[in-house]
Design a protein around this ligand. Structure first.
Ligand code: OOG
Ligand code: MG
Length: 253
């Protein structure tokens, strides 16, 4: 049996010291997915109030980038939030990378083991363009799936634009443009995340049901990076624009 508390402590120390560590599985051979989620649950206790959830590795581009081939989930707490116009302080992170995401703001509670994409859309209060700043606590983003689950799916910070109603927008078809220092470096459509961003949220809800949890009205959900993530340094700027959903920008200092 892995010592879940000791593993969580290693990750917390890496985050607070802004120093990468080797993946846990290097010296914890039995590390499985359940243990990874148990470590993640412990990390939650040491963070701010729960704001919502994030999907991870839901797109082909992300799967290729990190070598994990199935979706995972993490939590978002108050200390993950960047407000509009608030810069990312690069020195507070180990190796930050930015990725474009479609954010959902829930208009109603939603839980259950059989929740569908249609039910997610019906419970959605609004959608917004999002930038997630991921930051692996593991050296050079080298991890197995249980490792990255334990590390809260590499959650760092995030910022979202103003939410708009989802009615009338086909999130599968919306175009997504990622700009880094004024240059378009990647493009995608909403379908990149599990075929439909709301399908990714439905997967999240079913996955949470297995742990007796669900979404609450007002929760923010990052529905998964749509392109490969781009490394950022102090002085950089990131802009994400999503057709009919809006745009959001982030300055790094
Ligand atoms: C894993 C984090 C995945 C996403 O949107 O796919 C994630 C990683 O890339 O380190 O946030
Ligand atoms: Mg992400």
């Amino acid at each position: 049996m892995a010592d879940v508390a000791a593993l969580a402590e290693r990750l917390t120390s890496a985050r607070t010291a802004v120093t990468a560590i080797p993946q846990l599985s290097d010296d914890t051979p039995g590390l499985d997915l359940d243990t990874g989620y148990a470590v993640q649950r412990l990390l939650r206790e040491g963070r701010g109030e729960l704001i919502g959830w994030k999907l991870g590795v839901t797109s082909r581009a992300k799967q290729v980038q990190v070598g994990v081939d199935a979706p995972i989930r993490g939590f978002l707490a108050t200390d993950h939030v960047l407000d509009h116009g608030e810069p990312l302080v690069v020195a507070e992170h180990i190796k930050p990378r930015c990725e474009p995401e479609i954010a959902f703001v829930m208009g109603a509670d939603l839980s259950g083991p059989h929740v569908t994409t249609t039910e997610v859309l019906a419970a959605t209060g609004g959608v917004a363009a999002g930038i997630e700043v991921i930051d692996s606590r593991y050296t050079d983003y080298r991890f197995t799936m249980p490792d990255v689950v334990a590390d809260n799916a590499s959650a760092g910070r995030y910022v979202i634009g103003s939410p708009v109603p989802v009615q009338g927008i086909d999130l599968k078809l919306v175009g997504v443009v990622l700009e880094h220092n004024g240059e378009v470096i990647a493009t995608a459509s909403g379908a990149a995340s599990l075929g439909h961003p709301a399908a990714a949220v439905a997967w999240l809800v079913r996955s949470l049901a297995a742990d007796g949890e669900g979404l609450r009205r007002g929760d923010v959900i990052l529905s998964g990076g749509l392109t490969a993530a781009t490394p950022v340094a102090a002085g950089d700027s990131i802009v994400v624009t999503i057709d009919r959903v809006g745009s959001v920008e982030l300055a790094c200092r």
